[in-house]
Design a protein around this ligand. Structure first.
Ligand code: LRH
Ligand code: MN
Length: 395
């Protein structure tokens, strides 16, 4: 392991380069198909979501942007931009990625961009283009597309025709992008479709991004993989092919569980961060780090602050890997020595130097403790006084 002073300098440099975007929907009441448990402190208005995001940024210093979901946060589309701008200056966080929503309108039952009806596909493309315009109005770089499209039974849809419709829709969307904008294509193997999903894996997403145009990239949601898939290898391929646009970080035990980052398999995120850091700092600005979680049981503010702190810790651990030493051990196939060096960084307790970095930035050493001391959650619970009665959303 490098000397203490080298480690210290590495640590501060790494923490200076770490920022992560917060999802507005992470503060709202969410659930599973078996129900939602309401939290009094939950946010239901965009103002409340910006207020919560502002508080997280004040406590951590590394979450300056808030991801917005078009139908949930901008019901009037681009004409909501002025109101959003006012919230940005009031709460000190700006709009981040703009997420089109092609998964809740009834007409998208058999698909949106991939629907056999040309008329319905046209309306879906119009929503994509509206989302590009909204992003431009808000100065957001990324339009982040996740598409639920797929089918539930073999033989019921033409997979080939749907690929062609999708290619055409993303080419038309890409054509509307301003020079500084990007289209991120998120893949997911299943749910809500349970036979085929049109953008089912990284290869499909990469093909569609390349076909759409030079400003399109792939978005990796860590929860969107089969349990046996090697996610860091997919990340290495996307970095190698310059197709990696960003991440939706969360954790899972089984499927797309959207649990808090590092709660189940922190070593997974460490391995992903290592592949990214191998690409050097210049690659970083093109890789959007975003959280995508639904806090069904944990307090939403606590879960968000905990997630950001865990992200910092795992990013810092990955930065402590002596990559030159590791490379020479790998080249010499000294397996155990290489693994011990790699894991050694993961086991390294980085919390003391993280506290030091926070102190040096005038930030609370322990943001979770500071959140508790702030009384913020108690205050918003009283103000928002949400219903606490559990309701089923299954039927
Ligand atoms: C789909 C997804 C997508 C979001 C949604 C909230 O599972 O990951 O990124 O739009 O969650
Ligand atoms: Mn996601």
């Amino acid at each position: 392991m490098q000397s203490e002073s080298v480690l210290h300098e590495l640590a501060f440099k790494a923490l200076d380069s770490f920022q992560i975007e917060i999802p507005s929907w992470g503060f709202a009441n969410t659930g599973t198909r078996f129900g939602k448990f309401f939290q009094a402190a939950a946010a239901s208005t965009l103002e409340e979501k910006f207020s919560d995001a502002g508080q997280v940024h004040k406590l951590t210093g590394v979450t300056p942007t808030l991801a917005l979901h078009v139908l949930w946060d901008l019901p009037h589309g681009a004409s909501d931009a002025a109101a959003v701008r006012a919230l940005e200056s009031r709460f000190g966080v700006t709009s981040g990625s703009i997420n089109p929503n092609l998964f809740q309108d009834q007409e998208f039952k058999f698909g949106s961009l991939c629907n056999p009806s040309a008329e319905i596909r046209e309306r879906a493309v119009a929503h994509m283009i509206d989302s590009v315009v909204i992003a431009r109005e808000l100065g957001s770089r990324d339009i982040s597309l996740w598409l639920p499209d797929g089918s539930n039974y073999p033989g019921t849809q033409s997979i080939r025709k749907r690929i062609a419709w999708l290619e055409e829709a993303l080419i038309r969307t890409h054509a509307e992008l301003a020079p500084n904008q990007r289209l991120l294509v998120e893949y997911k193997p299943f749910e809500p479709a349970f036979y085929h999903t049109d953008i089912g894996d990284w290869g499909m997403a990469a093909h569609l991004a390349v076909k759409a145009g030079p400003q399109a990239r792939v978005l990796v949601d860590t929860g969107h993989h089969y349990a046996t898939q090697n996610i860091e290898q997919i990340v290495a391929w996307l970095l190698h092919t310059n197709m990696l646009g960003g991440f939706h970080f969360n954790d899972r035990r089984y499927a797309d569980d959207d649990l808090t980052l590092g709660s189940i398999d922190p070593y997974q995120i460490f391995r992903i961060f290592h592949e990214i850091q191998l690409s050097g700092r210049e690659a970083l600005q093109d890789i959007a780090f975003m959280i995508d979680q639904s806090h069904n049981l944990k307090g939403k503010m606590e879960a968000m602050v905990q997630t950001v702190a865990t992200g910092q810790e795992l990013w810092l651990k990955a930065a402590l890997v002596d990559r030159d030493q590791l490379a020479s051990l790998q080249d010499k196939c000294e397996l155990v020595a290489a693994e011990e060096l790699f894991r050694g960084a993961f086991w390294h307790d980085v919390r003391p130097v993280l506290k030091e970095w926070r102190r040096s930035k005038g930030l609370p050493e322990d943001p979770l403790a500071a959140l508790a001391e702030s009384g913020y959650v108690q205050r918003i619970s009283a103000e928002r006084g949400g219903k606490l009665a559990p309701v089923s959303s299954y039927a």
